[in-house]
Design a protein around this ligand. Structure first.
Ligand SMILES: Cc1cc2nc3c(=O)[nH]c(=O)nc-3n(C[C@H](O)[C@H](O)[C@H](O)COP(=O)(O)OP(=O)(O)OC[C@H]3O[C@@H](n4cnc5c(N)ncnc54)[C@H](O)[C@@H]3O)c2cc1C
Ligand code: FES
Length: 507
């Protein structure tokens, strides 16, 4: 144990932590009642400086993607972080704080003391979070994580933001867990495709003919991008973007100076427009809406993001929808239904996904093909579902929401309940989206609002906007207001009046 003097007690502000450095490590000092704690200073998810997070209700919320940790012991409360904070031993000598340069070792592999087999289908956001959570919550039995992608679970969200912009090489896409984790935690990964499910007999059938019995299973198969039913949609340069393989194909085809036509104005479509533009392509978006994201973010933020795209050279058009993709062996143009023809070298389609539930023929499906889960993410006896395939109840309404953090939260709830728990979703949905170097954060799920008010100008961040219904905040959208949004992520778990929210924001 080598202790280093790092600060005086009075240096730690009451309402936030203090970041100090010990050798090469950044360490966050927090006051907890009369005690001081020292945690790793960078978020275990993607390295955000936790000193810029918010301390509220006994939790530290990460400024970037709103992962949450208990202030008392650094324990993981909410993803997208999948680990608790590393804790550093410390001593308070008089008014001086001395911190060890080595964190406490966190031996955390439950003993193999359980005969049961839990199978997780899909190793994406939800599946990988569930596998981790089963071990975190002490399950010692067999955990089998099946995915038809050969890669271990990885961060899909960077594909449209950084990978096809040429900023993150494919081989540097962050894995959700490293190889040591799977080995140490005895999580078996199987590269296979599930063909069918016999829920009554708790059996899965794989495409390779193998049958697997389970004691409990989680379905987390995500979404399959919708492809347009257009002549020419099967040409080789017509892409969707869901997987590493999709990104690889896009990068293989895209060259600076080429013309890309993006069909759709979804988040993935617009993020891809930003990225391909940054990669040096001429980008035209064939949009369905006059203003992107107006339904989620409201008109003024949607217009600001549109202006950002246009200022960076993206052409956003709403007249004419794609009627045909022309080309003999490769894409040459997109023919519109108003007779116009847009020359193109590649087409990227971003018009939504269909829940990947085709193998689960004996389960009832919603109209959109998703699986209806109960409050504990349960579909049937011994069977749970999470992520993009799950319709769950939020604010009294059945909802299917395609957010990374929510998929992982649902998965953690399902994991707890697979172990006999009774957990329910009690949080506020959160997602982020990235355009030309600007990150927009969104909290809540406002389908309608009767008031919206901004601090700052959406066209010139930083700004934060609150959407209210009957005087209560239903959603918040912001850019460059990370600590405030981290605070709201915690405060909006309980009904928060618009007036109180503004008071907190302005205090
Ligand atoms: C490019 C992109 C960018 C995004 N950016 C953001 C963002 O910035 N913020 C945000 O909140 N959300 C974002 N999302 C949405 C987010 O990624 C999804 O909501 C999330 O991944 C859903 O998690 P999931 O586990 O349900 O599905 P996935 O992460 O898609 O995982 C499903 C897995 O199941 C596997 N699978 C499917 N069928 C089978 C089968 N039959 N047998 C075996 N395996 C199967 C698939 O191969 C896949 O690996 C983005 C999505 C994409 C595609
Ligand atoms: S960096 Fe902290 S949650 Fe992503």
């Amino acid at each position: 144990m080598t202790l280093h003097r790092v600060a005086h007690l009075a240096d730690i502000p009451e309402d936030r932590g203090l970041e100090v450095s010990v050798q090469d490590s950044k360490i966050l000092l927090l006051k907890v009642g009369d005690h001081v704690r020292a945690y790793q200073g960078e978020c275990p998810h993607a390295g955000a400086p936790l000193v810029e997070g918010a301390l509220c209700h006994g939790r530290l919320t990460c400024p970037w993607h709103k992962g949450q940790f208990r202030i008392e012991d650094g324990g993981l409360c909410e993803p997208p972080a999948l680990d608790s904070l590393k804790r550093y031993p410390l001593e308070v000598r008089g008014d001086e704080i001395w911190v060890d340069d080595q964190p406490l070792q966190d031996a955390h592999t439950p003993p193999a003391d359980d005969e049961r087999t839990f199978v997780i289908v899909g190793a994406g956001a939800a599946g990988t979070a569930a596998a981790s959570a089963l071990r975190e919550k002490g399950f010692g039995g067999r955990v089998l994580l099946i995915d038809r992608e050969a890669n271990a679970g990885y961060d899909r969200t960077v594909l449209s933001k950084f990978v096809i912009a040429g900023q993150t090489p494919l081989e540097e896409i962050p894995p959700l867990r490293d190889e040591d984790f799977y080995r140490e935690q005895r999580i078996e990964r199987m590269n296979a495709e599930v063909a069918s499910l016999d829920a009554a007999n708790k059996t899965l059938q794989l495409v390779n003919g193998q049958s697997l019995k389970y004691d409990a299973a989680l379905l987390a198969t995500g979404g399959i991008p919708v492809r347009p039913q257009l002549p020419g949609a099967d040409l080789p340069q017509v892409f969707v973007l869901r997987s590493k393989a999709d990104a690889q194909q896009i990068l293989h085809s895209a060259k600076a100076g080429q013309r890309a036509v993006i069909i759709g104005d979804s988040f993935i479509a617009m993020e891809s427009a930003s990225s391909l533009r940054q990669y040096g392509l001429e980008v035209t978006v064939l949009a369905r809406h006059p203003v992107p994201f107006a339904k989620q973010f409201g008109d003024s933020v949607g217009k600001a993001i549109l202006a950002l795209h246009q200022a960076n050279g993206v052409v956003y058009r709403t007249e004419g929808q794609a009627a045909q993709i022309e080309g003999a062996t490769r894409v040459e143009a997109v023919q519109l239904d108003n007779g116009q023809r847009l020359p193109a070298d590649l087409v990227l389609v971003g018009i939504g996904v269909t829940p990947a539930t085709a193998p689960f023929t004996d389960l009832p499906k919603e109209n959109d093909q998703s699986l209806l889960v109960d409050g504990g993410m349960r579909v049937a006896d011994g069977l749970w579902a999470a992520g993009d395939i799950a319709t769950f109840t939020l604010n009294g309404q059945p909802q299917r929401i395609e957010h990374w953090r929510l998929a992982q939260q649902q998965a953690r709830i399902a994991a707890a309940n697979m172990l006999g728990g009774d957990e329910h979703y009690l949080d506020v949905p959160y997602f982020w989206t990235w355009h030309f170097g600007k990150n927009y954060d969104y909290l809540g799920c406002a389908q309608a609002w009767d008031e919206v008010e901004f601090k700052g100008d959406p066209g010139n961040p930083p700004f934060i906007g609150l959407f209210g219904k009957n005087g209560v905040v239903t959603a918040a959208v912001a850019c460059d207001e990370e600590r405030t949004m981290a605070m709201l992520a915690e405060r909006m778990k309980q009904p928060l009046s618009v007036d109180e929210a503004w008071r907190l924001i302005r205090s």
